[in-house]
Design a protein around this ligand. Sequence first.
Ligand SMILES: *Cc1c(COP(=O)(O)O)cnc(C)c1O
Length: 227
Amino acid sequence: MSETEAAARLAAVRLVTVQAAIARAAALAGRPADAIELVAVSKTRTPQEIAPLIAAGHRSFGENRVQEAEAKWPALRAATPGLRLHLVGQLQSNKAEAAVRLFDAIHALDRPSLLTALAAAMAKTGRRPDCYVQVNIGEEPQKGGCAIADLPALLDAAVAAGLPVAGLMAVPPADTEAAPYFALLAKLARRHDLAALSMGMSGDYETAAMLGATCVRVGTALFGDRG
Ligand SMILES: *Cc1c(COP(=O)(O)O)cnc(C)c1O
């Protein structure tokens, strides 16, 4: 077996394994598995590492840096129609236009200045990627995301600006049980009538799927450890 064949098989096995785990978690919670989009977080991965997942049929990917994504994805997209690209990292306002041009979903709306920049970029480009408001769900000072107390005002402003707000996104504090934070994010989304919930990573995506995630962001479980 060639190295390329081995990489293709490994990618396919990892993909099926994660998909099966999502389906199992969804079934336990009485949710349809197709209510959960699996976003393969491909930050730091080369096009050569990404290609086997695309070949295995996967179409939804996530990046955390606009410049890195601009370097990698136009060529991959030209080769495979129907790819969906999510921005899962923090976004600087001066990159809002580039992000709106490239991504189908932006999981990083966390402050009024970025909201203004995104609205301007959408008006200019005519593109309307789904926006997720990132919530600092553990109230960690060093972490991005809007404070829980500021969420109602930010959502009101986003609606007033005509942004397509799909839902909420969060990364719970590291090294603690994630479930209470997922449950809290789900409660906030219900309170604001938002359908989409972007939560869950390699270590906890099954828990997130049980607690209402509509989008899980999985890197290492699909690509292996980051070098
Ligand atoms: C890197 C990253 C992920 C994926 O993390 P893994 O633990 O590798 O699955 C998910 N969400 C965000 C915001 C990330 O930056």
